[in-house]
Ligand binder design. Structure first.
Ligand SMILES: O=C(CO)[C@@H](O)[C@H](O)CF
Length: 527
């Protein structure tokens, strides 16, 4: 894999647009960003979005994303970045968001004038000016309609990898076709945020990729084609507005001449399919078969690599962005660091040191005491409340402080393992846990994670993992995904740091405890 080129990753995320360039050894050489709220105040967004008065609808101005790209590239040019060295670029977009290109916009995209900004030329190219984004929760009716049309929630999950979720694109499209038919009819192409961004660079409509397309409730994730029952249930004439989905590592062709003329990109710079931000993160974290990535933040997120997925009513299964025969899964937990902090305050004198001492002073399995701490409405599963059980499954009102601390941490990780296994993951000899996020700096917490999964835990700096992952994917696509595996391309990337390994007998303690935890969780979720 020779070459002295550079590879550019772009991330069109909720609050900013970011670029990272890496050299041939995948070392970061440039970073740049535009913050929507502060750099483009004329759009008056908060966190990159507009929260509507109904308390459910959340959108972002499509033209703001276009203007942000003008600003980002101008900043990079002004800083002296040499665009001519970029061999290929790829990117991500916040998942589920959608862009509605007005009839006739293709011609404008194909004939961009280098003496004008993208914004000047494209600002009136969208039949829906405010794109629905992933924070929207206004389409519950459309979710139920879609689930009913295809045979129920589990059937929709079996087809598309997820039950109906309000933020998923099919339900947003259905809402627009039902409530704003003129805008829907005056739209010749619907893009995701990722394929919209790719279209800007390609100077033509870019296709939706399999991985981000898996977040729409429209793609049959086994066939990797649009599901006809889902298309027909969603909106009339939808398939022609979407075009056909493609693998997430396709070389879409050369960059639009607009960028060569205006910024000095090489005319031969290749555009590699863009994908969703979580898929980009999987690439940036360099997950491979057998890996689980655990992001321990305000909400906890699990990224799984799956070979044989089992779609369920919780979690999401997407086509894998770097391996055309594999899948990935996402599990999101609302009760994350705030819950850990609450127990730290109530049972460890608000001290992480005492929190850690409590974990060190209590045995694996906590003498049979199990806790489920859903302070706020949990989404995995849909349940709420704090529930404590003693070794004979009797509900108890409280635990001693140290037992409470361990019950919380073990409960959170037993939940993650139970739901991961429900989606088709199996803990085995090649399991690696990659930990990131605030709590990954606490070795005692990581020790419990390692024991529950009976696997080594590595620490990963995933700052900008989505953007970095796309720079990696750009090189993979440029080299030719049919010629080289993604894992080979990223071999030279910085190594993970081994943090902890499982305690002796961890397997004997936690393998049976996972089943017991799941039974207790089902019991409280069923309430
Ligand atoms: O909704 C989500 C995943 O399903 C979020 O992680 C968005 O992708 C954030 F942009």
């Amino acid at each position: 894999m020779s070459g002295n080129g550079q590879y550019l990753g772009l991330d069109f995320s909720t609050q900013q647009i970011k670029a990272i360039a890496v050299d041939d050894s995948l070392k970061v050489v440039t970073e740049a960003a535009v913050q929507f709220d502060t750099d483009l105040p004329e759009f008056r967004t908060q966190g990159g979005a507009h929260q509507h008065d109904d308390g459910l609808t959340v959108t972002a101005p499509t033209a703001m994303w276009v203007k942000a790209l003008d600003m980002l590239l101008s900043r990079m040019k002004a800083s002296g970045f040499n665009f001519s060295r970029v061999k290929a670029l790829s990117g991500t977009g916040q998942q589920h968001g959608s862009v509605y290109w007005k009839t006739g916009a293709a011609s404008t995209l194909q004939h961009l004038q280098p003496d004008k900004t993208l914004y000047e030329q494209l600002k009136d190219s969208f039949s829906v000016e405010d794109s629905p984004i992933w924070m929207d929760s206004s389409t519950t009716a459309q979710c139920r309609q879609l689930e009913q049309a295809v045979g129920g929630a589990q059937k929709l999950a079996d087809i598309t990898g997820s039950r109906g979720y309000e933020r998923f694109t099919a339900n947003q499209i259905a809402k627009i076709s039902q409530n704003n038919r003129a805008a829907y009819d005056n739209c010749e192409r619907i893009s995701l945020v990722s394929s919209f961004a790719a279209s800007l660079f390609l100077g033509n409509y870019a296709p939706i990729d399999h991985s981000d397309g898996s977040g729409m409730n429209l793609l049959d994730i086994c066939e990797r084609k649009w599901s006809q029952p889902c298309l027909q249930a969603c909106a009339p004439g939808l398939e022609e507005k979407l075009d056909q989905p493609v693998p997430s590592f396709e070389n879409l062709g050369s960059i639009s001449a607009y960028y060569a003329d205006r910024y000095g990109f090489s005319p031969d710079c290749k555009v590699i399919t863009f994908t969703g931000d979580n898929s980009g993160s999987l690439a940036g974290m360099r997950l491979q078969q057998g890996d689980i990535a655990v992001s321990l933040g305000t909400s906890d997120t699990l990224f799984l690599w799956l070979q044989q997925p089992r779609p369920a009513l919780t979690g999401h299964i997407f086509c894998n962005p770097v391996d055309g025969h594999a899948y990935m899964a996402l599990l999101c937990y609302k009760n994350g660091s705030l819950t850990r902090e609450k127990i730290r305050d109530s049972s460890a004198d608000a001290s992480w040191e005492k929190f850690s001492q409590a974990l060190q002073s209590t045995p694996m399995g906590n003498n049979g005491n199990v806790g489920i701490y859903f302070d706020v409405q949990e989404i995995t599963p849909y349940a709420v409340g704090v529930h404590r059980f003693n070794s004979t499954d009797q509900k108890v009102e409280s635990f001693p402080p140290a037992v409470e601390v361990r019950a919380l941490v073990e409960g959170q990780f037993l939940a993650k393992r139970a739901h991961a296994e429900m989606l088709g993951y199996s803990v085995g000899c090649n399991t690696r846990v990659l930990a990131t996020g605030g709590a990954s700096s606490n070795t005692s917490i990581l020790q419990v994670l390692s024991d529950v999964f009976n696997a080594p835990v590595y620490i990963l700096d995933t700052a900008n993992s989505a953007c970095l992952g796309c720079a990696y994917r750009a090189k993979h696509g440029w080299l030719g995904s049919s010629k080289v595996q993604f894992q080979q391309v990223v071999q030279g990337a910085p190594e993970y740091k081994l943090a902890v390994t499982p305690s002796p007998n961890a397997k004997q303690v936690y393998d049976p405890l996972v089943g017991r935890y799941k039974r207790l969780e089902d019991q409280i979720a069923g309430q």
